[in-house]
Design a protein around this ligand. Structure first.
Ligand code: CAA
Length: 258
């Protein structure tokens, strides 16, 4: 699939830029958006010429949540029977690095998708929230777990129980976002960050992503062992030989991804 109706995809050298594009619904995430994102992320992961991806929305909204109008009429049997939202695991299965560039509202599923990214760069107008409680439900795309891991119990509880939004400044202080930049230069800054990652040795980038994610899945001793094994494994790559030779010879490394 390349002709998307809810996404705009551009290539910037080794960086793929994906824009959510349902302005009439503030980029609400319906089944079509999910299907197209799964396709776009799989294409990115499979393309050796692409080394980093940026997912962004519009200036007003990264995404205002899962599509309430699509979910409204569903019952338990539909939701449980279809394992509704399980498809997002195809997005989080992406092995290569990706960044969420968030401007405006990142609410409910919007906040949850941003938190699926390897990290978030926020525009200074960004607003994060998990307001599902006001709809009689809760986060369902990982928000309670990822928000608690990112900002701790107190703020995660407060946001999930009251629906309070967090602005960009608070989100940076709390550790939800890596960096805040002026909203007007958000995409440019995110593309710059992505280009920097894209210029790194690709196998080391895959390993770094995998080991940091392990910190959220494994007990410490297992995580440290996992890290060490991946580190050992990188000594079997051409890029380790090249990277260390380049350091000693005081020149930039040239990576083969082997
Ligand atoms: N689903 C479907 N449509 C949505 C939507 C959503 N999550 N969010 C906004 N829209 C639609 C609105 O219905 C409206 O459409 P119409 O013009 O056809 O009425 C259009 O987008 C523009 O929205 P507003 O007129 O509401 O814009 P606003 O500037 O006045 O308000 C807002 C912006 C505060 C973000 C408000 O739209 C809002 O509160 N949206 C819903 C936020 C929300 O509750 N998100 C959680 C969804 S549930 C979820 O995500 C579950 C989960 O865990 C994954």
């Amino acid at each position: 699939m390349t002709d998307y109706t809810t996404l705009l995809v551009e290539r910037h050298d080794a960086v793929t830029l994906v824009r959510l594009n349902r302005p009439q619904a503030l980029n609400a995430l319906n089944s079509q958006v999910l299907a197209e994102l799964i396709d776009a992320f799989a294409a990115y992961d499979a393309d050796d010429s692409q080394r980093c991806l940026v997912l962004t929305g519009s200036e007003k909204a990264f995404a205002a949540g899962a599509d309430i109008k699509e979910m409204q009429a569903h019952g338990f049997a539909d939701m449980y029977g279809s394992n509704f939202f399980a498809g997002w695991e195809r997005v989080t299965d992406t092995r290569k690095p990706w960044i969420a560039a968030v401007s405006g509202f990142a609410l409910g599923g919007g906040c949850e998708v941003a938190m699926m990214a390897d990290y978030i760069i926020a525009g200074d107008n960004a607003r994060f929230g998990q307001p599902e409680i006001k709809l009689g439900v809760t986060p369902g795309m990982g928000g309670s777990q990822r928000l608690a891991a990112a900002v701790g119990k107190a703020k995660a509880m407060e946001m999930c129980l009251t629906g309070r939004m967090m602005n960009a400044e608070e989100a940076e202080k709390a550790g939800l976002v890596a960096r805040v930049v002026p909203a007007s230069s958000l995409v440019e800054e995110a593309l710059k960050a992505a280009a920097e990652i894209a210029a790194m040795p690709p196998l080391a980038a895959l390993a770094a992503k995998e080991m940091v994610n392990a910190a959220f899945e494994l007990p410490l001793a297992q995580g440290i062992r996992f890290e060490r094994r991946l580190f050992h494994g990188l000594f079997g790559t051409e890029d380790q030989k090249e990277g260390m030779a380049a350091f000693v010879e005081k020149r930039p490394g040239k990576w083969t991804g082997k």
